[in-house]
Design a protein around this ligand. Sequence first.
Ligand SMILES: [Zn+2]
Length: 292
Amino acid sequence: MKFTVKDFFKQFPDDDACLEHLMETRFGKSFECPKCAKESKFHRLANLPAYSCQYCGHHIHPMVGTPFAKSRTPLQLWFYAIFLFTTSKHGVPAKELQRQLGITYKTAWRIGHEIRKYISGKDNEEPLSGHVEIDETYVGGKLKGGKRGRGAAENKTIVLGMMERDGRIALEVVDTVRQDEVLPHIIDHVKEGATISTDENRTYHPLTKLGYKHEKVQHNEGEWVRGEVHTNNIESFWNIFKRSVKSTHVHVSKQHMQKYLDEFEYRFNMRKETHGHMFDDLINGFAAGRDD
Ligand SMILES: [Zn+2]
């Protein structure tokens, strides 16, 4: 199902409609009041973005515990920024948020940052399984003296990618490609017993001992595909990822790279869903706030 800009403004015509939506998805329409313990309906207060218990007057603030609290940016603009995130293929640069929302660059950057942080914190369900391709790549920075390959990684951020065949992806920033840095991420993200395809990099040699069916292609000997064994999918992903980062964000520092990766991971893992589904997942996904 399509979810157009028109649909968005029909569902969220103003800040009040957005607050109402947050209240309903995070708390429900009627629930046990945390103060007086009665099953209560909560009524919107006229002068505050809050609701109060029909019996004891206890206040519930639906924005507390979301990126919207403590922000002077109207709630509807936040919702619209999230909508833009879900309709874009490659991510939304701060400049575009600035233009579309009519806010300052600084505010636009902060909103993008907070949305990425939120996406980043969404739980990554099941470990990867089946046949998983694993590879590492270098993003950003400059190659020293035009050198290529693994020795030329200074100033660059190293990213480890794990990708199910025709399935989901997991991406992690790593400081080095040493085994003690890389293997814990694989153990964390890939189910024991899965088949793993990599190149000949020594980093991956212990995978068999760790309980995986490990298959290698010898890139240094010109072997790229051996039957089902290859890393072509993760390598195409790197190409798309690098082009996207370049075209939308110019430069991403190492410090912020993990959040961009998490956004890409989320977008990739949602690629078979409509953006309307993605929007619902994000806008309805703030943890229930009953303990406020
Ligand atoms: Zn109450």
